[in-house]
Design a protein around this ligand. Structure first.
Ligand code: TRP
Length: 361
């Protein structure tokens, strides 16, 4: 069996460091490992519209931002297919068939959708049917690409579970047709959820607590020096400090490597030594923040350079999207044909249906 990856993002904003540790870094590793037959990255603009129907401009603007983020972190269009969901009509058709294999009761139990409904105030405002059923459209995404591996955040596990149920039901009713996918989620807690700079568990644009991959060095410095939550009890440098809940150290857990100490903070050989000194007292937050800024800039400078190159050539980015989407179109159209043929609803293609009709008369 081929190893085919599908992953994707809703283009509702620029990608930030949470996306980097949680998924982008791993995508690039997987891409460069050579262990996978196909890597597909879907810009899920239709899914993004399910709760942004009044604002398609926001989605349009962020499509280019997200592609630039991909390219700048090292997603290589020669190795990975980047494509746009709305330009793949097979996904819409598959969604329509799969909707018949799911009950509204089952959809209501999806814990991620439940939480999202609450967060968006849809309980009072009214729940768009498209939003309520987006897990089914995600099942269409995954199966259309024949993906067996779906790297996602932990919050997406219910979508994969729902997809597996749809696949099993489809294959049971219409015969073995669809590939059963498996989720892979980030390995450790920091990768699963990098907190916002203010210590809030969630990074969000409205909270203003993100560090975006496209942020300048000055913007990163401002976020860290101005907003990053440390230890409120660590008032004087000599005071003992806490590591737990201290965002500077959470970020250092996620991003620092032993080599960084030799370059920027040679007093310590590694993060453990630094933490120990902080706990004991005598290590100031300013020093820790300065070190983190250096660590992040070492990561982000090459990303910034790469982004700047692509930003000067949006035509080339457009071509990448066009080529990726054309490739994806061929694959997803083929799956739709297989699905229609398994259901024997491809009336105008399957000549044997004529004979069956003739027998009826
Ligand atoms: N729901 C995913 C998210 O919000 C985005 C997505 C859409 C996706 N289609 C997908 C992820 C298919 C993996 C596979 O992050």
């Amino acid at each position: 069996m081929k190893n085919i990856i599908l992953t994707g993002d809703r283009p509702t904003g620029r990608l930030h460091l949470g996306h980097y540790v949680g998924s982008l870094q791993r995508r690039v590793q997987m891409q460069n490992s050579g262990e996978y037959d196909e890597i597909n990255i879907l810009i899920a603009d239709d899914q993004a519209l399910t709760d942004n129907a009044d604002n398609p401009g926001k989605i349009r603007d962020n499509i280019i931002q997200v592609v630039l983020d991909y390219l700048s972190v090292g997603i290589d269009p020669a190795k990975s297919t980047i494509c746009i969901q709305s330009a793949l009509p097979a996904l819409h058709a598959l969604t329509f068939y799969y909707l018949n294999l799911v009950t509204t009761a089952r959809l209501s139990r999806n814990p991620t959708v439940k939480a999202e409904i609450q967060m968006r105030g849809f309980e009072d405002e009214g729940l768009p049917a498209g939003f309520f059923t987006y897990p089914v459209s995600q099942a269409a995404d995954i199966t259309a690409f024949n993906a067996n591996i779906v790297p996602v955040g932990e919050d997406q596990l219910p979508m994969i579970e729902q997809t597996r149920e749809i696949v099993e039901k489809f294959n049971r009713i219409y015969g073995e047709t669809l590939i059963l996918p498996k989720a892979i989620i980030p390995e450790n807690a920091v990768q699963r959820r990098l907190p916002g700079v203010d210590g809030n568990a969630k990074m969000s644009k409205s909270l203003g607590n993100c560090i975006y991959l496209s942020d300048s060095a000055a913007a990163v410095k401002k976020q860290i020096n101005g907003k990053m939550f440390t230890d409120p009890q660590h008032l004087r440098i000599e005071d003992p400090g806490h590591i737990e809940g201290n965002v500077v150290f959470t970020y250092l857990d996620a991003f620092s490597r032993p080599e960084h100490f030799a370059s920027y903070l040679p007093e310590y050989a590694c993060l453990e030594e630094m933490k120990e000194h902080y706990r004991k007292g005598g290590l100031g937050d300013g020093t820790c923040k300065k070190f983190l800024i250096n660590v992040l800039n070492e990561l982000m400078d090459p990303i910034r350079e790469e982004r700047a190159k692509w930003e000067k050539d949006i035509d080339a980015v457009y071509d990448i999207l066009k080529e990726g989407t054309a490739r994806a179109r061929a694959v997803t159209d083929e799956t739709l044909e297989k699905v229609r043929s398994a259901m024997r609803i491809d009336y105008l293609k399957d000549r044997s249906i004529i004979q069956e009709w003739e027998k009826l008369l």
